[in-house]
Design a protein around this ligand. Structure first.
Ligand code: ACO
Length: 299
């Protein structure tokens, strides 16, 4: 594929390319929307008004990311109602990471630092994805994710410099979120059925293992700066490779969570379906208002 131009919605494209994009973009959009829940649970319990305002803005950003991505998927001929139905009935996936509970305030910091940090590593290359609408959506999303990552780092930094109890809370959050964050990059390359084709099509630019390694290389010095330990006894600098060596994530756990058997899968989807049903009147009112306006303009 010619890497200098992008594929646009009205360009001819192989059906497999279109299907792969719909799969990945939809999964990505669903992740943003479901991803509002673990942190949203902490808005009312944030430790100060400043933290509350920041967290509200962040969760709202995630909703916006979901909307850009659903709009990108719609350019491929997929109606949003169909995408939402696929999420609600479990036919389409969303990222495994959002099926873990947020037990303490420090988890909001760990999500910002590690989860959004991993998302950035995964998504910056997608700004050069071969499909134009997806690549363009990614540019703005990545900028906002950078803020999110820094606010998480700052929460953990404050806690890590605080009382021994606050430091312990930050460490506990990192202990629980480290391995699931590494799993966000997907199965190892040898077990990734989609990677080779997605790379050939320029949808993915790097493999799952390449990005996982990049993330570890970035996170290790940041953990040192925070004064927190990463829960991996195998972690050591590999002089020869010029990378940090790290242990193997539990990919059986990843498979279980992806199959719907993670700690919070049922709760996340049930909450999402409830919110969708409760919002039916808003959609109906917005549609009625749009019809009324269209008639007025036509008259
Ligand atoms: N969580 C849930 N499902 C996953 C995960 C994960 N962490 N990793 C892989 N999978 C799924 C894949 O979607 C694929 O399922 P499918 O073929 O039934 O659709 C299957 O496991 C096999 O994996 P791969 O062949 O490696 O799949 P793929 O090439 O799509 O790579 C990846 C997976 C890296 C997640 C890719 O889809 C991607 O880069 N997506 C865009 C980024 C994204 O979705 N981020 C969401 C979280 S970030 C955030 O929202 C803050």
């Amino acid at each position: 594929m010619d890497r200098s131009t992008t594929v646009e919605p009205r360009d001819p494209m192989p059906e497999g390319y279109r299907r792969t994009l719909v799969r990945q973009i939809a999964q990505h959009a669903h992740s943003e929307i479901i991803g509002m829940q673990p942190e949203g649970e902490w808005i009312s319990r944030a430790p100060s008004l400043r933290r509350k305002a920041i967290l509200m803005a962040k969760v709202q950003d995630e909703a916006g990311h979901g909307l850009y991505l659903y709009a990108a998927a719609e350019t491929l001929g997929m109606p949003r109602t169909e995408l939402l139905d696929a999420l609600h009935t479990g036919r389409q996936k969303y990222s495994s990471i959002f099926n873990y509970p947020t037990l303490t305030w420090a988890d909001v910091g760990a999500i910002g630092w590690l989860v959004d940090g991993a998302a950035i590593v995964n998504q910056v290359p997608l700004c050069r994805c071969s499909y134009g609408p997806y690549a363009r959506a990614m540019v703005r999303i990545c900028k906002e994710e950078s803020f999110h990552q820094r606010q998480g780092f700052e929460i953990l930094h404050t806690l890590a410099q605080g009382t021994p109890e606050q430091h312990a809370m930050a460490q506990d959050a990192v202990d629980r979120f480290w391995w699931p964050s590494l799993m966000m990059f997907g199965p190892p390359d040898a077990d990734s059925p989609n990677s080779a084709r997605s790379m050939a099509w320029g949808i993915k630019r790097f493999t799952n293992d390449e990005l996982r390694q990049r993330f570890v290389d970035i996170a290790v010095p940041q953990a040192e700066a925070l004064g927190l330990t990463l829960p991996d006894p195998e972690l050591r600098w590999d002089e020869e490779r010029g990378h940090w060596h790290f242990g193997t994530p539990d990919f059986t756990e990843l498979a279980e969570v992806v199959a719907g058997r993670g700690p919070c899968n049922a709760q996340r989807v049930a909450h999402r379906v409830r919110a969708h049903d409760d919002g039916a009147w808003v959609r109906e009112a917005a549609a009625a208002y749009a019809t009324k306006h269209a008639t007025k303009h036509a008259a």
